[in-house]
Design a protein around this ligand. Structure first.
Ligand code: TA6
Length: 294
């Protein structure tokens, strides 16, 4: 169906009530609702749904470069390319039988290979499951004919919707090493308590557990992030000052979002021709009472 500014989007509806929306522009998930119709993802009221600007919010795909860690545009080009629906994807060895899903594909045009001189097939499956969970499975295959390997960094740059950032806690990243983007990516070690937020944060946590929880006290909701093939996790909130400098982001919106991003950054993924990498993200939202003591 048509989304904002006539851009094509796919709407996934699980019979039990949850839903998701995916724009072909960027293969960008812009909505994930639970079975009560409540939105779980943050999208800025100032988001510009117009190429070449990536959509501010939802789940931007950062590929083949996270941030400005290389020569490409920030966060790579996948988030501002038009993807296609993949009607005949190779089978995916994961349990999506009881899920509602769509498969998208990105392949480089000739012009794209001038920017990044590699041939690849990037397949993304977006699925909503019976318990209202949202899963994204990326498969990147090196199809270079010249025998050359390539390397990339990656993130699912997920913007979670929260009721009040100062009431949010993140569990699962305690005592881990991180690179602080606000301090020239110097390496530090996190203290032992759950993370809380009272100022700008932009950190890359290294070699994180496969499960991270985001507790929203006010909403009595916990987001559970599960990830595979994605060792790192970025935590970002621009806070007030930086928010003002981002043109497609409201001055006060930092209060209502938190990015927790499943990523592969510290050790880039390298693929030889014919090799494939998988990176999977599964998000669920559960009442906080379920998670007490986590
Ligand atoms: O993931 C954190 C980060 O890399 C921050 O440094 C911040 O710039 C943010 O992403 C947003 O980037 P964008 O290019 O979407 O404005």
């Amino acid at each position: 169906v048509k989304g904002i500014n006539g851009l094509d989007k796919v709407v996934l509806r699980d019979p039990r009530g949850s839903s998701a929306e995916v724009y072909l522009y960027g293969a960008h998930v812009t909505s994930w609702k639970n079975d009560h119709g409540e939105e779980m993802l943050f999208v800025s009221s100032k988001a510009i749904f117009k190429p070449p600007k990536p959509i501010r919010g939802g789940i931007p795909i950062c590929f083949p470069q996270f941030s400005n860690l290389g020569p490409l545009e920030a966060h790579g080009f996948a988030r501002n390319k038009f993807w296609s629906i993949d009607n005949n994807p190779p089978p995916l060895q994961t349990n999506t039988s009881s899920k509602t899903f769509v498969d998208l594909i990105l392949k480089p045009s000739e012009e794209d290979t001038r920017v990044w001189p590699h041939s690849y097939e990037y397949r993304l499956r977006v699925a909503v499951g019976p318990a209202g969970e949202l899963s994204l499975t990326s498969r990147v295959r090196n199809t270079n004919a010249d025998g050359k390997p390539f390397s990339f960094t990656f993130a699912y740059h997920t913007y979670f919707s929260v009721s009040d950032i100062s009431e949010v806690r993140v569990e699962g990243l305690e005592t881990l090493d991180y690179l602080d983007n606000l301090q020239s990516r110097a390496r530090f070690t996190e203290q032992g308590d759950a993370l809380t937020f009272e100022s700008e944060v932009d950190k890359i946590y290294l070699s994180t557990p496969s499960k991270i929880a985001i507790l929203d006290h006010e909403k009595k909701r916990t987001f559970v992030v599960r990830k595979e093939g994605l060792p790192d996790a970025v935590v970002w909130n621009p806070w007030d000052k930086r928010a003002k400098a981002i043109s497609d982001f409201g001055d006060e919106e930092y209060k209502y979002m938190l990015c927790v991003e499943a990523a592969a950054i510290e050790k880039p993924i390298t693929l030889k021709p014919g090799e494939e990498w998988r990176g999977r993200l599964e998000l669920s939202a559960v009442p906080s009472s379920y998670c007490s003591g986590q």
